[in-house]
Design a protein around this ligand. Structure first.
Ligand code: ZN
Length: 693
């Protein structure tokens, strides 16, 4: 037996603790070694005089690498045992690593000193009551803490050095592969290459990631992707090209033949979770341009980069940074598209002084470049849902609905029992199929195969039944919990007053909506169908007329249109405007009429002009008249001025139309002697009336 002056009989009567811990950093270097070394340590303790049965191994921290003692049960247990004076000696590989930071470590030394416990590692035995040993142990602890940092840095440093030389092999994006010599080359698969070339070409043509994705979708083209982990690792699969993937490809410098490393880092978010964050290019750790062949040039890569940044400014950031939570859209975050079932987003547009919400379904657009599903003006929907809430939120209504709910609950329990029976049945059948399969002679392949297929089928049916059961059960469970019910009752007392108060902030309104409404499904057809689903499962469907758009909102009133139509039988646009104004009639926007406005309203409502109406009644233009008599147009006009033929001024630019020759002559003779001194405007009108009869 080995003897050591520091070890007394008192020590040997107590237990020896062997503390085993493998942190991640240690595992990297010594994983294979450590078991052997621990065994040696144990042998050492035996040699020093501890019986094997009094050597206790504490290894509950195995595989953990927490940096404080709080997270490590094993270490705390060790401290407790030492504190109780049960430990004669504490052993560990490089014992200073017993604790991961020096505070823990100094505490352990302190306690060891108080309880006269020895410490042993591969370097030797320490007695913490001895000043020199204590100094040494303290130093070891400090060193150890520093080493944790050093090791991490060294590990990363090794990688970094390799990366600096462009030698660190990284996961290559699809379309690039390592050849047998470890050089990066374009994927020899020509279809993969073609897909990438097409992606870049399409982007250069269309300039946006959305349109690129849409092109692929419209053409029915798939894009390759490599499975990064699992049993099928490295396998190539083809799928639709999402906008997100287009962006990943466009942002990846490796497609430009550049070696880049350290493009991102892990950032701790406010919720404590870590998120991988890409860094701006000047903060990348390594960038080697022209390191290997690529699909585009570095110059093109930079062009793309610039274009994407412009796009982001134009489409994304500015718009999205609108008034999100503070905005007036009441149903924000709880609107579901009635066409595709995705959540709809809110966008605001300015009308007058305020912001007006629109509900957009653009998920398919964002992800696949597909057209926007639907876009619905939100103001009238918000108003209708607000009204619905006011109606629903009377104490009486709540009382009734809760009573009904209890009734429903009882029925649901019954339904639940029945559904569960179906699951049991499916399970029994699957089990039966399994037993049949197990019994068959494996030599009899045909029977075995068909039985296996049947077994699989039954398994599927069982999974389906379980799924159905769980889903329906979850849906049933969505009835109100007790505390929700109480909050609802207190809310209902004050609700109308708060809701109607214009000072109530949008945020509060939204909170109230959230408490009452699960979601609202919108569908724009001939009407807007609004289906509100209340918490607790009740639904209400509203039908709203399609709101008028800006132009329709300024539409001319119906009775004004009728009057205009009537006047156009006899008057030109300017004359109609004049007469409408004299009657005090207004345009849709509330102003007075001009010839220009009458013409615009005519076009918009498909009304024929005075000239068209006259021509359709058989009157001829001066050109047509000239052709009839074999004379020139000026001659026709001259005749009219002399009163030889009769016509009417049909527009405000002094164009005339004439009665066809037979009638013209007839009228000519009838009115021959009449001399008219009235203004020309009136004159033609009167002649018209006289002549038409
Ligand atoms: Zn949709």
């Amino acid at each position: 037996m080995e003897t050591n002056s520091k070890i007394s009989a008192k020590h040997l009567k107590r237990t020896a603790y062997l503390y085993v811990r493998q942190s991640t950093v240690r595992q990297v270097f010594e994983n294979t070694e450590s078991t052997k070394r621990q065994y040696e340590l144990k042998q050492r303790a035996i040699a020093l005089g501890w019986p094997a049965e009094r050597i206790e191994v504490i290894d509950t921290d195995l595989g953990q690498s927490a940096s404080t003692a709080v997270d490590r049960q094993g270490f705390q247990k060790l401290v407790a045992e030492v504190g109780l004076g049960w430990a004669g000696i504490v052993m560990g590989l490089e014992v200073s690593r017993l604790a991961r930071n020096s505070m823990d470590w100094h505490r352990l030394i302190e306690i060891c000193a108080l309880t006269n416990t020895l410490i042993l590692d591969e370097d030797g035995i320490y007695d913490p009551t001895d000043f020199n040993d204590r100094l040494l142990l303290g130093l070891k602890g400090t060193m150890s803490e520093a080493e944790t940092h050093l090791l991490t840095a060294r590990l990363r440093g090794g990688l970094l050095n390799k990366a600096r030389r462009g030698e660190l092999r990284c996961q290559l994006p699809v379309g690039l592969v390592y050849d047998a010599q470890g050089q990066v080359i374009l994927d020899p698969d020509s279809q993969v290459q073609a897909s990438l070339h097409l992606l870049f070409e399409t982007f250069f043509r269309t300039a946006t990631a959305h349109r690129t994705a849409r092109h692929f979708r419209d053409q029915g083209l798939l894009f390759p992707r490599r499975i990064l982990s699992g049993a099928d690792k490295g396998k190539l699969i083809w799928g639709p090209l999402a906008v997100k993937r287009v962006l990943l490809v466009l942002h990846n410098p490796r497609y430009a033949g550049a070696y880049a490393w350290g493009r991102g880092h892990w950032e701790t978010q406010t919720n404590g979770k870590k998120k991988w964050q890409l860094l701006p290019r000047d903060r990348w750790q390594v960038l080697i341009v022209d390191a290997h062949p690529g699909y585009i040039s570095w110059q093109q890569y930079e062009q793309i980069d610039q274009r994407l940044r412009q796009n982001a400014m134009a489409y994304g950031i500015d718009r999205r940074h609108g008034p999100a939570r503070e905005g007036p859209a009441l149903l924000q975050g709880r609107v579901v598209c009635g066409i595709c079932g995705n959540r709809m987003t809110v966008r605001y547009h300015r009308r007058g002084d305020g912001l007006v919400p629109d509900y957009w379904c653009n998920r398919n657009y964002m992800e696949h470049g597909a057209p926007i599903c639907q876009k619905i003006p939100g103001a009238s929907i918000d108003a209708a849902v607000g009204k619905l809430l006011l109606e629903a939120m009377t104490p009486m209504a709540i009382e009734v609905s809760l009573a009904v709910q209890q009734e429903i609950q009882a029925q649901l329990d019954e339904a639940d029992r029945l559904r569960h029976k179906q699951v049991e049945r499916a399970r029994y059948e699957a089990d039966y199929a399994r037993r049949r399969y197990m019994k068959v002679d494996p030599e009899n392949r045909l029977v075995a195969d068909s039985l296996e297929a049947e077994w699989n089928e039954k398994l599927r049916a069982m999974a389906q039944a379980q799924d159905d059961y769980q889903r329906k059960r979850d849906a049933d469970r969505k009835v109100l919990a007790e505390d929700q019910r109480n909050r609802l009752f207190s809310l209902v007392q004050d609700f109308p007053a708060i809701w109607k108060d214009p000072k109530t902030p949008y945020r509060e309104r939204k909170r109230m909506v959230a408490l009452l409404i699960e979601d609202v499904t919108l569908l724009k057809a001939e009407q807007i169908i609004v289906q509100a689903r209340f918490r607790g499962g009740a639904t209400t469907t509203l039908k709203l007329p399609l709101p008028l758009n800006a132009w329709q909102g300024r539409k001319t009133a119906k009775h004004v249109l009728a009057k205009m139509d009537e006047l156009l039988n006899e008057f030109t646009d300017a004359q109609v405007a004049d007469r409408l104004n004299k009657q005090g009639l207004k345009t849709g926007a509330g102003g007075s009429f001009t010839a220009e406005k009458v013409r615009w309203v005519r076009y918009a409502n498909g009304m024929k002009s005075y000239a068209q109406r006259l021509k359709e009644s058989g009157m001829l233009t001066s050109q047509q008249m000239g052709a009839q008599f074999g004379v020139s147009e000026p001659t026709v006009i001259n005749w009219r001025k002399k009163g030889l033929i009769q016509g009417r001024r049909c527009d405000d630019r002094n164009q005339w139309v004439y009665f066809p020759p037979s009638r013209a002559l007839h009228i000519h003779q009838k009115n021959k002697k009449t001399v008219d001194h009235r203004p020309s405007d009136q004159k033609s009108l009167e002649t018209t009336v006289g002549g038409a009869v």
